[in-house]
Structure formats: C-alpha cells, structure tokens
Design a protein around this ligand. Structure first.
Ligand code: 4AD
Ligand code: MG
Length: 434
C-alpha cells in the first residue's frame, strides 16, 4: 500500500510536468488501443488520464483487463500534454490494485442511458459516485454548516433531544410506535416539546439539527417517513415576527453561501437567486380570497394542500417572489401549542418557496392554563403531557420557533423534482432498504 497521502486530480497541474505523484481512485473507464491504453481514474475531485504503454509497462495486461469501478492506487510521473483534457497525463511506475469490482455493474456511473429512480436508490452507493449526485450532498453539507455558523453567531446553542418519546407533538395519526421494554413508546415526530421545555431553563436560544419520524401513509414527491430539519426555539420574543426575522436571515445566508458553490451548481446546471429581505408576508385569509378569484374551490379554515400551495407559488412568482411567508393561519389548522390571535387566527407562519412549504413556525402559548385548554380542544389529554406542562408552571418566558425541513429546503433551492434526491438513503412508504 502506498503509505503517503494521495494527490487529488485537481491538485495536479501541467506545471507539475516531470514530478512524481500518487493518485488513487476508481477506474472509470479503460480504452485499450493495443499498444497503448488510457485509464480514466476518478477521485472525489474529478478525473485524470493515466497512459499505459504495452512495451514499457509489465503490468499492462493486468491493468487493462480490470473491470470498471475497481479501485487502484498509482504512483507515476505527471507529464504535460495539451491533447489531454486536464492538460496533463500520468505515466505510471507502479500500480496497486486495491479492490477489484464485480461485473456487470448494477448501475453505470458515467453511462448516459436513463435508469429508473428506484434502480438508482437500490444501488445508492454507486449512484453517489456520480459527480452531479455528490454535488447535492456537498451542498447539503454547506447548508448545514451555514446554519450552524449563522445560528451560533446569533447566540443559539446546539442541542440534542430524545428521539424515543412517550407522546406526540404534531398530531397523533402519523406516529411510529415502538416497543420500549414493557411499555409503548414512539419515534419523535419533531423536537417540539423538548425545545419548548428548554425555554424554561434560561438557555433562551437553542437549535437542533433534528430527525423527524413520521408515519405518513402517502407516497409523494415531497414527503419522507424519516427526514431532517433545522429546529429553532427562542425565548423573550415580542411576537412571531422576531422568529420570522431569524428564519429569513438564516435562509438568505444559506442561499448566499450556496451561490458560492460554483462547481457543484454548474454540475447541477443551476443558478441561484438570492432572495431579498424582508420576505413578503401574505395573510392566510387574503390568500384564500386570491385563490378563489383564480377559480379555486377553497374553504376558509382548511389547511392548504399541495394544489393550493402550488397556486400560491404561482401568485407569488408573478409578483417576482420565490420566497414568501404565509401568516395568520386559522387556529384550528395549527398544532395545539400555537399562540392564538384574535378572530380564530393564530400567531403562526409557514415559509413557502416556489409553491412548496419548507418551514413552519409560530409564537407558542406560554400560559399553562391556555395550553391545557388548547390540548383539550385538540382532543388530547393534558395528563399525557404532564412532563411538558410542568415546564410551564414554574416560570416560562414568551417564546417561539420554527422547523425548517432540510430536504424540502434542498429540493426548493436546487429545483429537484423528488425529495428522495436530497437524502442519502430515503425511507418512504415502500422503501426500507438500503
Ligand atoms: O410543518 P411541520 O410539521 O412543523 C413542525 O414539526 C413544528 N414542530 C415546527 C415548529 O417549530 N413549529 O414540520 C416542519 C418542516 C416542514 O415545513 C417541512 O419542511 C419538514 O419539516 N417536514 C417534512 N419533510 C419531508 N417529509 C415529511 N414527512 C416532513 N414533515 C415535515
Ligand atoms: Mg407545516
């Protein structure tokens, strides 16, 4: 095994002409012309050409017969060559075969033939060898890094709350039940109850990169059964506007940072438009009227479905906005912890992007009596929420927060048609493997 760090394809330049380099990666392709062969080696940064001569290289036959996608480590000399794509080639001195691939490949890495999405997901480890697929996850990393950096700068600390829980927060129908020794428990739908309880501790501003487990029966392009989110909760707010402001700043920062990922964006053929702040605020009630004017049948009091969401996206696009808040939903559309506002409305908001919800948030109720009233109004039993309610009895400041779906955000940011593109190993109604 070559013991030293290898060079990445992008680190080698024609100026390194004559220098010794070590490279390692996957054999993407081999073109054998008889006396000369070209091996295209792929690493995490790109590809490079390794040129082999039958007369000079004793390992020639062994290498040209390697199946595609085998892994090799090569020590050789860089040689400037204008005819090669990168402006240089590698003339090998030593080739070590680290892993030989089986044949045929379940999925091609560079083949241009279209394959079913399910075939890609069934063979995700190979699918992820494609630069354009990797680009999504490199951008995902930048999204999360930006969120962490921005939120810490704003005084938030990162926390982790239990994922095995005893009660629901977002409504009881879509919970995964699990056996917890001799008791019943659930997988957490959201850190909601815990992040609120933390507001009673003096930690004031917290965030969590959280897992959501939701037993949604429907298989759609925008739902997963296991998804991730950036969850935020903040205390001593005046109202939901304080929360919305943090959210719009966070999203604008993410869009700005991702715009700098030129290489990844060009692989995805994507241009990013940075949204201006403040994002427009559209009241639920006004949107219902606008949808009616456009001939849609909507009833005040019903939550917007994906059809309405798409139409709202069009309305906003006509005004030149990709990003917008929908505010003041009817109280009954929102979970029990949402702060009421006059006229059966609530201090809630959704963040929409191009016709799809990417975040939901609100000011929360901090008065324990009102909270118990709202639990009952939602058909829930306050007894099941005693741990949570206790945190409201001994000094709870006004607070609010939001949950921003990471896969939804990426889907909107990169205009991807299916949410499954945005998570490594998706879990949906039918998929539990790999
Ligand atoms: O709108 P949701 O259900 O809100 C909450 O969970 C609240 N506790 C948030 C809060 O702080 N008030 O979920 C928040 C976001 C959604 O807007 C969406 O982006 C994402 O999480 N999300 C999902 N993404 C993919 N598949 C699913 N099944 C999702 N459920 C929620
Ligand atoms: Mg929501």
């Amino acid at each position: 095994m070559h013991r030293y760090r290898t060079h990445y394809s992008t680190e080698i330049k024609p100026e390194d002409d004559g220098k010794e380099v070590r490279v390692a990666g996957w054999v993407q392709d081999i073109r054998n012309l008889g006396s000369i062969a070209f091996l295209i080696l792929r690493d995490r940064k790109g590809t490079l050409q390794v040129t082999l001569f039958k007369k000079e290289h004793p390992f020639f036959e062994k290498v040209v017969s390697l199946p595609r996608e085998s892994v090799v480590s090569i020590m050789g000399k860089c040689k400037a060559n204008e005819k090669v794509r990168n402006g240089y080639e590698i003339i090998p001195e030593e080739i070590e075969i680290l892993s030989t691939s089986e044949k045929p490949l379940p999925l091609g890495v560079v083949d241009k033939v279209g394959v079913e999405f399910d075939t890609r997901l069934d063979n995700r480890f190979i699918d992820l060898r494609k630069p354009e697929v990797q680009a999504i996850f490199k951008i995902r990393d930048v999204v999360i890094d930006t969120a962490r950096e921005f939120l810490r700068e704003e005084g938030f600390i990162e926390v982790h709350t239990p994922k095995i829980v005893a009660s629901c927060s977002e409504g009881g129908t879509n919970l995964f039940e699990i056996k917890y020794f001799d008791r019943k428990a659930f997988l957490s739908q959201s850190p909601q109850l815990y992040k609120q309880m933390l507001m009673a501790t003096g930690l004031d501003r917290v965030f969590e990169i959280a897992w959501y487990f939701r037993a949604e029966e429907h298989n759609t392009r925008r739902h997963l059964n296991e998804s991730t989110a950036i969850d935020v909760e903040m205390a001593f707010i005046s109202n939901e506007e304080d929360v919305m402001h943090i959210l719009e700043l966070l999203v604008q920062n993410i869009w700005k940072r991702v715009k700098e990922c030129e290489e990844e964006l060009s692989l995805l053929g994507k241009d990013i438009k940075i949204p201006n702040i403040p994002f427009p605020r559209m009241k639920y009630t006004d949107l219902v009227e606008m949808l009616k004017e456009r001939g849609m049948e909507v009833t005040w009091g019903d939550d917007f479905g994906s059809r309405e969401e798409r139409e709202i996206g069009k309305i906003m696009e006509e005004k030149g906005n990709e990003m917008y808040f929908i505010t003041e939903y009817p109280l009954d559309c929102k979970p029990f912890y949402t702060m009421p506002k006059d006229d059966n409305l609530s201090r809630s908001f959704d963040l929409g992007c191009k016709g799809m919800e990417i975040a939901s948030g609100s000011q929360r109720i901090h008065d324990v009596n009102l909270l118990m009233e709202r639990l009952k109004a939602n058909g829930l039993n306050p007894k099941d929420f005693e741990d949570y309610l206790k945190a409201f009895r001994y000094g709870m400041p006004p607070h609010g927060g939001f949950g921003l779906g990471i896969e939804r955000l990426l889907m909107a940011l990169l205009d991807l048609a299916n949410i499954r593109e945005c998570i490594l190993f998706p879990r949906d109604r039918t998929r539990l493997h790999p």
